[in-house]
Design a protein around this ligand. Structure first.
Ligand code: 7TS
Length: 415
């Protein structure tokens, strides 16, 4: 994106100009311009990211950390350079940044490499009732394998974390508190400072699932004071197949490896091995080299737009969405006040899957289902909902088209 794409005087973002950077947004569906509103699932990619991946394969492709030749050194520089960009993005030292395949693998890494060696009967892991399955199932497995107990912080009737209950759920037995920073179903940013303070009182570790917050908010791990933080590149305009685990260096150093293989060792004989230094101790095998390079380009793009402006623009879009969606008769909005970028709703008399299909006829892409958060659906008392989620290239007009699409669906259903 060129510098002129950002207009700080008139509106927060010059979205029309910015959209030109995203080739996938230019297409039509059924003759109507695509309205892509499934950004919590994955975001579209700007040309600079697509080009960075392509350029890597065309010019710099070699394996990393082992080649003596110049091409290999360039590949290593590109890969490690991307780590530096991630580290700068979240205010962390480079050695605390582990490249994983995504949020899911990052959380599994902690649940295995930390959980299996530090949990036992009598210990408790605390999650919340609004977790994505990625931050739930790994802890169910860890509890099953270690004899630890999995507990959760319930939700209030307003679909927020019940902080009163959190004070009793987090206790002397708690060893790990793993919670979502920004919810992929409610769009709310959880009060992680309060939860972290409760965890600190009892000496528990804190893992933040930042899959939805990293694309939307400026994160600083020193300020957040979390022990682990996980996010995915593909939800912040980067390629699929790469994500990040941040861990406090002293914790990563004390942990056993997750996967064994090449790259993660210092020396190997036929009976035993010693481990590489962090972060490479946790990067077994040929890493996600081109993907990490693409993530680096996505971070450059995000920084050029300005993350604070991203947050503010998404806030404006969300205010508009709340207004127009709640004006459609028959719409139940589950997103609490304060929730942004993610709007969870149902339309009376129509199953969310049918609704998504009708909207698709109009070129509007929304998600329908349980959004990998079945306990949150259970809290709402529904099996499924529709969900519209926004990112920086979405416009006010697109949200109006969604509202029109809902009106049409309502008329269609009432015959
Ligand atoms: N945590 C949260 C809060 C998420 O929203 C997601 C993906 C994940 C973890 C898993 O990320 P992954 O990159 O490892 O798959 N959320 C969604 C969603 O809301 N719709 O599709 C994927």
């Amino acid at each position: 994106m060129t510098q002129t794409a950002v207009d700080s005087t008139e509106s927060l973002l010059d979205v029309e100009r910015l959209r030109a950077d995203f080739p996938a947004l230019a297409q039509t569906v059924n003759g109507r311009p695509l309205v892509y509103l499934d950004n919590a699932a994955t975001t579209q990619k700007p040309i600079s990211v697509i080009e960075a991946v392509s350029r890597f394969y065309r010019e710099d492709n070699a394996n990393v950390h082992r080649a003596i030749y110049q091409l290999g050194e360039r590949a290593t520089r590109a890969y490690e350079g991307a780590r530096g960009k991630v580290a700068d993005l979240i205010g962390a030292p480079e050695r605390s940044i582990v490249f994983t395949s995504g949020t899911t693998e990052a959380i599994n890494l902690v649940a295995y490499a930390w959980g299996r060696h530090n949990l036992g009967p009598g210990d408790e892991i605390v999650i919340t009732a609004m977790e994505h399955h990625s931050n739930l199932v790994p802890w169910q497995l860890a509890a099953r394998d270690t004899g630890a107990t999995l507990r959760h912080i319930p939700l209030t009737d307003d679909n927020l974390l019940d902080l009163e209950a959190a004070r009793t759920v987090i206790g002397e037995r708690t060893k790990m508190v793993a919670l979502v920073h920004k919810s992929n179903v409610f769009g709310v940013v959880n009060p992680v400072a309060e939860i972290t303070a409760l965890a600190r009182e009892v000496g528990a570790l804190v893992l933040l699932d930042a899959a939805q917050s990293a694309p939307h908010l400026r994160l600083d791990v020193q300020e957040l004071d979390c022990d682990f933080l996980a996010f995915s590149g593909h939800k912040m305009m980067g390629p699929t197949g790469v994500g990040v685990l941040y861990g406090k260096p002293q914790l990563l150093e004390a942990m056993e490896p997750f996967l064994g293989g090449g790259e993660m060792i210092s020396s190997v004989n036929l009976t035993e091995s010693t481990w590489n230094e962090i972060p490479w101790k946790f990067e077994a095998g040929t890493p996600k080299i081109a993907q990490a390079v693409g993530l680096g380009a996505a971070i450059d793009y995000l920084e050029e737009v300005g993350i604070d402006r991203v947050t503010a623009y998404l806030g404006q879009l969300s205010d508009h969405a709340r207004q127009v969606l709640s004006a459609v008769p028959g719409v139940t909005l589950f997103t609490p006040a304060g929730g942004s970028s993610v709007f969870l709703f149902n339309l009376e008399g129509i199953h969310p899957h049918d609704l998504a299909q009708l909207l698709d006829q109009e070129g509007i892409a929304v998600r329908a289902g349980h959004h990998c958060a079945q306990p949150a659906m259970a809290h709402l008392g529904v099996a499924a909902t529709a969900r519209a989620s926004f990112y920086i290239y979405n416009t006010f007009e697109e949200i109006d088209r969604l509202a029109e699409g809902l009106e049409q669906a309502r008329r269609f259903m009432s015959g």
